[in-house]
Write a protein that binds this ligand. Structure first.
Ligand code: F6R
Length: 614
């Protein structure tokens, strides 16, 4: 959701902060703002809309130069996205500035109390209450960190807060509960941010903050304590990618770059998974083989695109590992009475590792004593810390809001987990697992081949920019691919798009088919003959009713040619692995169609990367 940057050091803080905000804008782009502390005074600027509006305001009226600053990009929760509600927020005296990510649930009560005591609040946000609470706490003694501790004790909900105070011009204070915040450790300068991308141009050394911790950031050091003021244990780590990974590298959009990076991302996620004994090894697993042998049920929880990866995982886990597997939207999971036990393995899939719905699902499963395994792309995020084990995907930073390379690497991760469980439980022989990993290792070249043949897909997408609706059909693992194709089109092109299991068509959705309606059909490999033949019949059924059929099938599949208005061929691969090649044309299709409609595909309306509120 919102993006946060804090800086203290020797450089002009405004430059560092605005550069950091540019790298975090994918997290929220309703409004942006900065505060700089110089000559004992807080200078602020904020504007509704994208960062470019704030940059314009800063050019017209730059705040005084200082070396202590912070900035914010907003995804509005409380209060409309206008200048007044943009962060930072100040106290009555203009001596405390606060930025915030998350939701303060008891803000209405706090606000009432503050107004009664004579505070004047100028915005509709929950955040502003914190600035005024800090003002009161500072009056009653102690420094900004102590005041922040006392204020945090009064807040309910999820928050990352960063504050500065004119009374201590060398200090930035951050606080974290259930919302992301990392520290960047530099030489004579230090950084705070929601994501390492904000400071990666300056340092790759980072500190992971835990829940309910306060960080005091000065140019010459960083102190981390808990909400009671006790020294806290922190985890330092080195970021394994550099600034070039967080830049567009010549592409018009991050999404285009990230689609193109998929062969490398898939290869990186597979790297080093086979040990010297030829067996599959998952280093970060941290769940013992004995515990895995005891598992009798798997439940996968995730949201959005990650949920689609979970749906595909179910087929692989049940087929290879022979274990029952349920897949559930994380936001629904904790509101039903799921039957969990210490022999249930809950797998949470999340690119960001910060999605609040996924974290709450994990906490719910923990209370029921289930084993927890995370699949995550972001080192230092919350999800891995809250799980018993983790499998990192190595997609590198995903900056476009629509997930692409993270999805493909999540698929690789779930295949590896399914094969690992099969190996441990003996449902597949060692040589069978090895052979499947070898097939996986050939997937980067197959994905590359798909990418090389995408021009007709782009052309098709441009020709459909005037359509109002597109349907997607699939069977077996092609069904989640259809759901993913529809989600991409909805979020990027703002078009009505639906994914259906092709077999369900006759139970209702076929009524939607009318002359000229574009319908994308994902056809399974011919080797799955029954599955394949069924979907060929489905294509004929919709074509007979006037649909314009866009068929994705493996190369050489002549049987679909007579019924395909457009045929998109992908390399032949085993059925379970087919989503790795069939998803790519759908990503390209949605990206190109949305671009043809004039949309910014990196920052679709109303959305934000990393959904840190429920
Ligand atoms: C869609 C998309 C979202 C995310 C979802 C979960 O393109 O990106 O649907 O997949 O918000 O996010 P993570 O994986 O970070 O938990």
């Amino acid at each position: 959701m919102c993006g946060i940057v804090g800086y203290v050091g020797g450089r002009p803080a405004l430059d560092v902060v605005v550069e950091g905000l540019a790298r975090l804008e994918y997290r929220g782009y309703d409004s942006a703002g900065v505060a700089v502390l110089a000559d004992g005074r807080l200078g602020t600027a904020k504007r509704a809309g994208k960062l470019v509006n704030l940059r314009g305001a800063l050019e017209e009226d730059p705040p005084p130069a200082g070396t202590l600053g912070m900035g914010h990009t907003r995804w509005a929760t409380h209060g409309a996205p206008n200048d007044r509600n943009a962060h930072p927020h100040l106290d009555c005296a203009g001596s405390v500035a606060v930025i915030h990510n998350g939701i303060i649930e008891n803000f209405a009560a706090l606000r009432g109390e503050l107004e009664e005591a004579g505070h004047k609040l100028g915005s509709d946000t929950d955040t502003e209450a914190v600035a005024h609470l800090l003002e009161d706490e500072l009056k009653s003694g102690g420094d900004l960190a102590a005041a922040m501790r006392r204020v945090c004790g009064r807040l309910e909900g999820a928050f990352t807060l960063v504050a500065m105070h004119t009374g201590d011009p060398g200090l930035v204070v951050g606080a974290r509960r259930n919302s992301p915040l990392v520290v960047g450790v530099g030489d004579g300068e230090n950084f705070l941010a929601s994501d390492v991308a904000a400071f990666i141009a300056h340092t790759r050394d980072a500190i992971e903050l835990g829940q309910d911790q306060i960080v005091e950031l000065r140019a010459d050091g960083v102190t981390v304590t808990d909400f009671e003021g006790r020294p806290a244990e922190v985890k330092e780590y080195h970021v394994d990618w550099d600034v070039s990974a967080a830049e567009k590298g010549g592409y018009d959009y991050f999404m285009l770059k990230e689609i193109a990076e998929q062969p490398r991302a898939v290869a990186d996620t597979l790297l080093g998974r086979i040990g010297t004994d030829g067996r599959l090894t998952l280093d970060e697993m941290r769940i013992s083989d004995r515990e895995l042998r005891d598992v009798d049920k798997i439940i996968i929880v995730a949201c959005g695109t990650s949920y689609h990866a979970g749906l595909i995982a179910k087929y692989a886990i049940e087929h290879w590992a022979g274990l029952p597997c349920e897949v559930e939207l994380a936001s629904e999971f904790r509101y039903r009475d799921a039957i969990l036990s210490p022999t249930t393995l809950v797998i949470a899939i999340s690119q960001s590792g910060e999605t609040m719905d996924a974290l709450m699902a994990v906490r719910h499963a923990r209370e029921q004593k289930a084993k927890l395994l995370g699949i995550c792309n972001v080192n230092g995020s919350t999800l891995p810390r809250e799980c018993d084990g983790v499998l990192y995907t190595h997609a590198g930073p995903e900056i476009a809001v629509a997930s692409t390379k993270a999805f493909l690497t999540q698929l690789v991760a779930v295949y590896l987990i399914a094969l690992y469980i099969a190996q441990v439980r003996g449902t597949k022989w060692g040589d069978e697992v090895f052979a499947m990993v070898q097939l996986l290792e050939r997937m980067p070249e197959k994905v590359e081949k798909v990418l090389e043949t995408m021009e007709p897909v782009r052309e098709l997408a441009r020709s459909l920019a005037g359509e109002r609706c597109v349907l997607f059909l699939g069977r077996h693992v092609g069904f989640p691919v259809a759901l993913e194709g529809a989600l991409k089109l909805k979020e990027l092109a703002y078009m009505h798009a639906e994914g259906f299991a092709a077999g369900e068509l006759k139970h209702g959705p076929i009524a939607l088919i009318e002359a000229g309606l574009p319908v994308v059909v994902v056809v399974p490999p011919r080797a799955r003959d029954v599955l394949h033949d069924k979907i060929v019949s489905n294509i004929q059924e919709i074509r007979a009713r006037g649909a314009r059929t866009i068929v994705i099938a493996e190369e050489g599949d002549a049987s679909v040619e007579p019924y395909a208005d457009t045929l998109i061929s992908v390399p032949a691969v085993p059925t379970l692995l087919q989503p790795l090649v069939t998803t790519v044309p759908l990503q390209v299709f949605a990206c190109e169609l949305a671009t043809a409609k004039g949309h910014d595909v990196d920052q679709p309306r109303n959305l934000a990367k990393s959904v840190t509120v429920e």
